[in-house]
Design a protein around this ligand. Structure first.
Ligand code: ZN
Length: 156
């Protein structure tokens, strides 16, 4: 669905919670691409406030990252609510846990993803369509970080 500037929706985009016609690419919403955005989020210790930005089309709504899952038939549109990840895996691998809410559902979904950087520093997004892999200890660290940031008790 093109927006008012005629652009086609990419796989991941920012959408207003008041008007689905208000959506922007990462470049338009943040001035940087998705992978760089995730590395910046990691540098900011997963500051969740970065995941909600004021809609510049209506000045009232909040824009969040949206995507569709699965990518095949009958996908759900998911609005991302939280993202946490592990910063200590080196600069080439940034594994994450995304919590999102399907637009037509109540329960949130948890999606393991990663982004990366090549040795030369180029940002790489192919990990978005593959699950991140964790050791047991890392999974525990990830869940502890999620619990702390989400302000919930023990998770899961
Ligand atoms: Zn709006």
């Amino acid at each position: 669905m093109p927006n008012h500037s005629g652009a086609t929706k990419p796989g991941y985009y920012w959408q207003c919670n008041r008007n689905p016609g208000h959506w922007k690419t990462f470049a338009a919403a943040c001035g940087i691409g998705l992978v760089k955005f995730m590395y910046r989020l990691a540098e900011k210790n997963w500051d969740q406030r970065k995941l909600a930005i004021k809609c510049t089309d209506c000045q009232k709504g909040v824009m969040r990252i949206n995507y569709h899952f699965p990518r095949s038939a009958n996908p759900e549109q998911i609005e991302v609510r939280r993202i946490v990840g592990l910063n200590n895996k080196g600069r080439t691998y940034l594994p994450m846990l995304w919590e999102g809410k399907p637009l037509n559902g109540k329960d949130t979904w948890f999606d393991f993803k990663y982004v990366g950087r090549s040795d030369s520093g180029k940002y790489e997004s192919y990990g978005l369509s593959k699950p991140a892999v964790f050791k047991k200890r890392e999974l525990r660290n990830l869940f502890e970080l999620y619990s702390k940031i989400a302000g919930v008790g023990r998770f899961p």
